[in-house]
Design a binder for this molecule. Structure first.
Ligand SMILES: N[C@@H](CCC(=O)N[C@@H](CS)C(=O)NCC(=O)O)C(=O)O
Length: 222
């Protein structure tokens, strides 16, 4: 295992990169992070060559072979390094994990960005309500469990936790507090962020909020 060469093409603000970093930390797999300096103004040749279809981070280079798409990368890591499994062990629970992974992948980032990217009050309100509806389903499936699959922090937790570094920015510009609506989900964030694997992998939410402020200025929203 030690001889594998792993590089993660990454960007500090990307929730998709953060989730891969959490997975690598959970599985205790050593890797080198190669940061893209400015995705908006230019991408490295290595990124363009490694992910010519989407031209997006993250990309994992395993012995120079590219693996793209964060959820796919995490599933790949779990197959190649089976110790400390991230998926549940029964087919039905695996299918549920995949269902919620797909839901998170489709919904959370676009819904959150719509909050800070909206122009007028009504638009912000609609975006906030849409985001909270998505959180309602996630809160419902979490229920009273510590983690999405029960007692163990796993695949679905990892996919969602990457996004939570952006939540304070969504709360600020949507003028709401997640914990006022979904205290169990808010407690899950606190519980998950107490894990060293998470705290060392997630960007400080204040830095993300400043990044959002900078983008709002750039888009003429401030
Ligand atoms: N579905 C992709 C999303 C990755 C993604 O959106 N990456 C963004 C950074 S957060 C990116 O590379 N953006 C540059 C671009 O789209 O040109 C995944 O899960 O890996």
């Amino acid at each position: 295992m030690g001889k594998d060469d792993l590089k993660l093409l990454s960007m500090w603000a990307s929730p998709f990169c953060m989730r891969v970093k959490v997975a690598l930390a959970e599985k205790e797999i050593p890797y080198e992070e190669v940061l893209e300096s400015d995705l908006m103004n230019g991408k490295s040749e290595l990124l363009l060559k490694s992910n010519p279809v989407h031209k997006q981070v993250p990309v994992l280079l395993h012995d120079d072979k590219p693996v793209a798409e964060s959820a796919n990368i995490i599933a790949y890591l779990d197959e190649v390094w089976p110790a400390k499994p991230l998926f549940p062990d029964c087919a039905y629970e695996i299918s549920r994990a995949r269902f919620w992974a797909d839901y998170i992948n489709r919904k959370v980032h676009p819904a959150g960005c719509a909050i800070w990217n909206s122009k007028d009050k009504d638009e912000v309100e609609a975006a906030k309500n849409n985001f909270l509806e998505i959180m309602m389903f996630l809160d419902g499936t979490l229920g009273d469990k510590d983690y999405f699959n029960g007692d163990t922090f796993g695949y679905v937790d990892i996919l969602l936790i990457g996004h939570t570094a952006w939540f304070p920015a969504y709360e600020k510009f949507g003028d709401f507090k997640l914990e006022d609506h979904y205290p169990k989900l808010a407690a899950w964030i606190t519980r998950s962020c107490a894990r060293e694997t998470v705290s060392e992998s997630l960007t400080n939410p204040k830095k993300i909020t400043n990044f959002v402020i900078m983008m709002r200025k750039m888009y003429g929203l401030e």
